[in-house]
Design a binder for this molecule. Structure first.
Ligand code: ADP
Ligand code: MG
Length: 136
């Protein structure tokens, strides 16, 4: 089978959108062959990233890219917004750091749950988080 990718884009600006993104991610993960536990992990990561978009940037999108037919199947999740951005990424990645009085474990938690984690952000320039998980 030749490698294929399928892309699903979910606009995110409300709680309903967060649920929709989470459900689409879970469905795609299950179809790709993730275990039920790993599909839950994927859904949780999508929820956290989508919630950050709604909380801190008001709106943005979640892009799900399914990779299959190659050596390994996997899922890429891109959470993208044009909001205020994060002035200090190192600080934002620390457990317990939150500017909204929340738990502050969203971003570091997502990093621990995924196989690959990349964040690009700056004040006034929006935020893009790209994470990847392979089917095992
Ligand atoms: N998309 C985003 N845009 C701007 N700031 C963000 C975004 N995502 C996260 N942040 C900042 O990073 C901090 C840490 O995020 P996170 O680990 O998810 O913790 P929490 O959401 O519980 O505060 C947030 O409190 C916020 O200041
Ligand atoms: Mg959060």
């Amino acid at each position: 089978m030749t490698p294929q990718t399928e892309e699903i884009r979910v606009p995110v600006e409300s709680d309903t959108d967060i649920v929709a993104a989470r459900q689409k991610g879970r469905m795609l993960a299950t179809r790709l062959g993730f275990s039920s536990g790993d599909a839950t992990i994927v859904a949780t990561a999508i929820s956290e990233l989508a919630r950050n978009i709604v909380l801190y940037a008001k709106r943005g999108e979640i892009i799900l890219i399914a990779m299959e037919g190659g050596e390994r199947a996997g899922l890429i999740i891109i959470a993208k917004d044009d909001g205020e951005g994060i002035p200090d990424i190192r600080q934002a990645m620390q457990d317990g750091y939150s500017t909204s009085g929340r738990l502050g474990v969203g971003l570091p938690g997502v990093r621990r749950l995924m196989d690959d984690f990349e964040i690009v952000s700056d004040s006034g320039k929006g935020t893009t988080v790209t994470v990847k998980k392979w089917v095992r």
